[in-house]
Design a binder for this molecule. Structure first.
Ligand SMILES: [Zn+2]
Length: 215
């Protein structure tokens, strides 16, 4: 499979990330890796259908890649990627984990084509393979995990009614509504906390749709 990620730089890090994503995008259980610029995977972790556990020791290893300048502004060279078997976007745990480890980039990949086999589905405008990205803010630090989590839940609550109405009127499926609520939530948080966020969809016909904030 060569369709999935298109790294902007053909670095060893980007190549390693791409290979991992291509190999794991369709798996039924989550797999995660953290890669540094020389292409070394400093973390590899196996998970379940819905999550992957990162030990406190592994968190320490990721945090050891962070340097702070004289103003206390954090920079990391670590990129983490993992697959989402359900093809959903970033969870509150993902967002708080990215903030807590101050990693350079968190990525998630998923494959939505399995849903197209349901004969009763509402046609989905966002069907395809997905790449989600969160990149660390460059002009300030991430907020504390608690603020990130609270911000996630309040944005979701605020943005849900609009999409729930569309489900009730049969315009979109429940899955698509959840996906759009999640996407709108991440965009809202990215604006508020100045991090980068994007969702890229690669449809079966090869067309690519990308949308986000600061990326
Ligand atoms: Zn995740």
């Amino acid at each position: 499979m060569t369709w999935i990620s298109r790294p902007s730089r053909k670095s060893k890090q980007a190549t390693k990330i791409k290979t991992f994503e291509d190999e794991n995008v369709g798996l039924a259980v989550e797999q995660a890796t953290v890669v540094i610029p020389d292409g070394t995977a400093i973390i590899n972790s196996d998970g379940t259908a819905s999550h992957v556990d990162i030990s406190s020791e592994q968190v320490g290893i990721i945090q050891s890649r962070v340097t702070k300048d004289s103003r206390g502004l954090a920079t990391s060279d670590a990129i983490m990627t993992h697959n989402h078997p359900g093809n959903n976007g970033f969870s509150p745990n993902d967002a708080t984990f990215a903030a807590g480890t101050e990693m350079s980039e968190l990525r998630a990949v998923g494959d939505h084509t399995m849903f197209s086999r349901d004969p009763n589905r509402v046609p989905s405008p966002i069907e395809g393979k997905h790449i989600y990205r969160m990149t660390a803010p460059t002009t300030k630090n991430y907020p504390a995990g608690q603020s990130m989590d609270a911000s996630f839940h309040s944005a979701t609550k605020r943005l849900s009614p609009k999409y729930n109405k569309l489900v009730k009127s049969g315009k979109i499926s429940r899955w698509d509504a959840e996906a759009e609520i999640n996407h709108a939530t991440l965009k809202s948080m990215a604006k508020r906390w100045k991090f980068g966020y994007s969702r890229t969809i690669i449809r079966e016909d090869g067309t690519i749709v990308s949308d986000g904030v600061g990326l």
